[in-house]
Design a protein around this ligand. Structure first.
Ligand code: SF4
Length: 262
């Protein structure tokens, strides 16, 4: 088996694979430097020692009775050629696979989809394509991310979702509209509240995250474009309350500024 830089293993999760009790395999190495990344130890493939893939496979077999899924996440798991062999080995164990990706490797994603090596793909859609570079801290990825998105929307053989972690320093309400437009036709889209635990760019931690009114306002504009849409990481969020007048006031100047910038 080609080697895969597996760094961490979590035996059981009830929240990372919708509808499944899953183990999580964390693969090291990433080609993005997202300002809000909270997995900085997984960005380099060398920071944390590898765990032998065979050991992980033995553990998954041992757990087969009480898990029914495996999440492969990172880092960016599609960067390493060993991912295909590892997915094949996991499929032989007989559990469903969810793969998390930043969308930068449409060729490997296509292989995974065509060969039906995953039952679920979750792709981070970090920002509108025109400002992607500044949010992910890497250049020249927009075309590849777009190709991955189109692959999932038009050719996926598995369940899939797009998700965006939203932060006021990175996204304004109209960026959300733009992403919704770029993801036209997608089966599922989720906006995620930023959790100020850790981030590659520590300045993000001191900026108050958007609150429920912001998410309610953008949800009213874009939710009906997607068969499945939700707001994550915002406890007790109710989509159907109208935004407060304060929020409308707060959003209005941004709208004016945004339009003036164009
Ligand atoms: S958040 Fe960004 S930098 Fe961090 S692991 Fe994911 S894609 Fe890589």
């Amino acid at each position: 088996m080609n080697s895969l830089p597996i760094k961490w293993f979590q035996g059981t999760s009830l929240i990372d694979y919708p509808g499944r009790v899953a183990s999580i395999v964390f693969v090291g190495g990433c080609n993005f430097r997202c300002r809000f990344c909270y997995n900085r130890d997984l960005i380099s493939a060398d920071t944390v020692p590898d765990i032998d893939a065979e050991e992980i496979l033995r553990e998954l077999k041992h757990r087969r009775g009480f898990i029914d899924g495996v999440v492969i996440t990172g880092g960016e798991p599609t960067l390493n050629h060993g991912i295909i062999d590892f997915l094949c080995a996991v499929k032989r164990i007989g559990v469903d696979v969810k793969i998390d990706t930043n969308g930068s490797n449409p060729e490997t994603l296509e292989w995974i989809i065509e060969e039906r090596l995953a039952e679920y793909a979750a792709m981070d859609y970090k920002a509108p394509l025109r400002k992607l570079d500044s949010v992910i801290g890497a250049k020249g990825m927009a075309e590849r991310v777009h190709a991955s998105a189109m692959l999932l929307i038009h050719r996926a053989t598995c369940r899939y979702e797009f998700r965006t972690t939203v932060h006021p320093s990175l996204h304004d309400p109209f960026d959300i509209d733009e992403m919704a437009e770029e993801l036209h036709g997608a089966a599922a889209y989720h906006l995620q509240q930023f959790h100020p635990v850790d981030s590659l760019d520590s300045s993000l931690l001191s900026v108050p995250a958007y609150g429920p009114d912001f998410f309610r306002a953008v949800s009213h504009r874009i939710s009906d474009r997607f068969p499945v849409f939700s707001i994550r990481n915002l406890p007790d969020f109710q989509m159907n309350e109208p935004p407060s007048s304060d929020t409308e006031t707060e959003l209005a100047p941004k709208f004016i500024n945004h339009c003036a910038d164009r």
